[in-house]
Ligand binder design. Structure first.
Ligand code: PRX
Length: 644
């Protein structure tokens, strides 16, 4: 735990904050009544009769009896309240094109697309997969699905055809929505071919809806007549009126895939009333959003960060947002600061890996832009190292902006450990304390709270409204992954090591499972190893995360080659992994080894290799099958490091 620097909320900020100091106590006095109060911030078509129903745990049910439409909550009700002319989205394209969309226009677009989806035969409960960049249409589609009760699943545009196919197949999607091409770091790249490969032979996919984005830059779009439909031909002729039905609070809203400890990503299912309550309230409280704010969450829309804090949260609060299509460094490293200046962004939610990238360019980079509009900063994805925190605070926030470091996960739906910016004193590197209404702590293996400063694991001790309800088509995995380890106590196991200090502040350590965090992206060792061994030259592979000054962790792959091994395969294997999963999953280091350290039962001991790449020696080797395997890997690693 770093030596403590405590940064209290600036008095001016505290004086105007949405949430005051009594909120922790108010929530603690009666958490269910308090959550019911937050749920009433939403528009219910029928009021809920029960706040929380624990009879189906670990699948909790919240706000049962209640009916609502999530899209109406995010769009229509702001128009109905006379705020139709308010800007919902300032969209900035990577090549520099831009569009501004008001809430009234957003409502029209969502209604048109809802009508279009219904014309395509998509209805309540059907799954729709989106393979789209950050475009207004991505948000329109997400909202249109919510409006008609279809379950949406967004897939990162940088994922490969194989990764997309897995998700299309696993969801059993009826519709895939994609673009002709995407802009990636200044280049127009065709993607329709990848979309076609992903759906080939999958009979459940009835249509592929194609939005034109790169146009003439990616000509000759492959086309399957009858299945493929151009967005502009179908959607533009639809009426802008659509009657929104009401759905149960527990109606599934979206499926988000995330890496676990097996080769197969898990599709976490989030539902409507509880998720929107948690997301909407926490967005309002943690980001302190006001009517005149210009809020920017820089995540890609396919990540959970964007689901909660770039779509459902900010839209439900009627906020004006900036969304940006491109890479932060295209066409120059100051692009984000340029966008902040252009739109007068007041709240900027970013990621530690990006802050560290900016740091390499020095304080001159942000100093070249007028960032005086900023009043609050946010961080998510991994623990932010105090040095990056202080750099961000000083050089981007001008020393005046609180930084809300938000700890949460795809599973939690929304923030769990995070400060209230007008109330909670900040400690750089800690997400501070659990939010009102949320109970998280650090425990040992037996489930007992550990003493201050002692390592344990982070658990959430009581069900909360935004929690995932199940793993799509694999409820058993939901139970074993998160709930079995502390079944006796009913705790949710988050998978992060953590400590709590004497003030109750939570400090996140590494993952306790074989999950890597690379630039805030979650990847599993086994998923990466499966990708590697699917290459004909690889006999066995072990993947570990090594510490990296910019990306937090970097991927190191140890591979045993088939036949006569040459070490010239690195580039080929990196490309292969990019094809299997996506460029984010490319191993930075590929080390050819003659053998891998295993336990007597044949399990690869990744921990020993992770220790080695981190320069930590002396791990427990008692369960090792054959010590020479470890020394062979150590020798190969030493040679590799020397030759780098
Ligand atoms: O290890 C924690 C880390 O990211 C994991 C969740 O990843 P994902 O489901 O992809 O969601 C990321 C965005 C919410 C966590 O188990 N993590 C996320 N935010 C933080 C963090 N670690 C420390 N501090 C954070 N603020």
């Amino acid at each position: 735990m770093p030596d403590e620097l405590v940064v209290p909320p600036p008095a001016e900020f505290a004086a105007q904050a949405n949430v005051g100091a009594d909120e922790y106590a108010r929530a603690a006095a009666d958490p269910q009544a308090w959550w019911a109060e937050q749920a009433r911030r939403l528009q219910w078509d029928e009021p809920f009769t029960t706040v929380f129903d624990g009879s189906t745990l670990p699948t909790a049910q919240w706000f049962t009896g209640g009916k609502l439409n999530v899209a109406v909550n995010c769009v229509d009700r702001h128009v109905a309240a006379g705020r139709g002319d308010k800007v919902a989205l300032h969209w900035e394209g990577e090549p520099g094109d831009s569009r501004t969309i008001t809430y009234a226009q957003l409502q029209d677009e969502v209604c048109r697309l809802a009508n279009a989806l219904e014309e395509l035969g998509v209805g309540h409960g059907d799954r729709v997969v989106l393979y789209l960049p950050v475009l207004p249409e991505t948000i329109v589609t997400t909202m249109a699905c919510a409006r008609i009760g279809a379950v949406v699943s967004l897939v990162f545009g940088g994922f490969s055809a194989e990764a997309l196919r897995f998700r299309v197949e696993d969801t059993g999607a009826k519709l895939l929505v994609c673009t002709d091409g995407q802009f990636r770091r200044g280049n127009a790249v065709a993607v329709k071919g990848a979309a076609d490969a992903a759906v080939e032979g999958l009979d459940h996919v009835e249509h592929v809806l194609v939005l034109r984005r790169t146009g003439d830059l990616t000509p000759d779009v492959p086309w399957t007549p009858g299945r493929d439909v151009w967005w502009h031909e179908l959607v533009d002729r639809q009426p802008a009126e659509h009657v929104a039905p009401s759905f149960d609070a527990e109606n599934p809203l979206f499926i988000i895939y995330t890496s676990g400890t097996t080769g197969k990503p898990k599709g976490l299912v989030h539902t409507s009333g509880g998720y929107l309550t948690h997301t909407s309230w926490s967005h309002w409280a943690v980001f302190d959003v006001k009517d005149d704010d210009v809020y920017w969450c820089q995540a890609d829309l396919a990540w959970v960060t964007a689901h909660s804090y770039e779509m459902y949260g900010p839209l439900s609060n009627g906020v004006t947002q900036v969304i940006y299509e491109g890479s932060p460094l295209t066409p120059h490293p100051g692009r984000h600061f340029e966008v902040i200046e252009k739109y007068g962004v007041t709240i900027y939610y970013t990621a530690p890996t990006l802050v560290r990238t900016f740091m390499k360019h020095g304080p001159e980079l942000p100093a070249g832009f007028d960032l005086s509009s900023l009043r609050l900063l946010g961080s998510v994805g991994e623990a932010i190292n105090p040095e990056a925190w202080l750099w961000l605070h000083r050089n981007v926030g001008g020393g005046r902006c609180p930084i809300v470091d938000t700890w949460w996960q795809s599973e939690t739906g929304a923030a769990v450990v995070a400060p209230l910016p007008g109330v909670t004193p900040l400690k750089p590197g800690s997400g501070t304390v659990p939010l009102p209404g949320l109970s998280a702590t650090v425990v040992d293996e037996a489930g007992n709270e550990v003493a201050p400063g002692e390592q344990g694991v982070l658990v959430i001790t009581k069900p909360w409204p935004g929690m995932a309800r199940t793993v799509w088509r694999d409820h058993a995995r939901f139970v074993t992954s998160y709930w079995e380890p502390y079944a006796a106590q009913g705790f949710y196991l988050a998978g992060d090591a953590a400590t709590k200090d004497a003030d109750g502040y939570v400090w996140i350590g590494g993952r306790i499972d074989d999950v890597l965090n690379v630039s805030g992206h979650r990847l599993s060792s086994i998923e990466l190893e499966s990708a590697l061994v699917s290459h004909p030259r690889v006999a066995e592979a072990a993947v570990v995360g090594a510490p990296d000054a910019t990306t937090g962790q970097r991927i190191v792959a140890f591979v045993i080659l088939r036949g006569d091994g040459s070490s010239e395969v690195a580039a080929e294997l990196r490309e292969h992994v990019a094809q299997q999963i996506g460029p984010v999953a490319k191993p930075r280091d590929v080390v050819v080894v003659p053998d891998l350290p295993k336990t007597r039962s044949g399990k690869i001991m990744r921990r020993l290799m992770a220790d080695m790449t981190a320069g930590r020696g002396g791990g427990d080797v008692t369960s090792l099958q054959d010590e020479t395997a470890l020394s062979a890997v150590e020798t190969a690693w030493a040679q590799y490091v020397q030759s780098r």
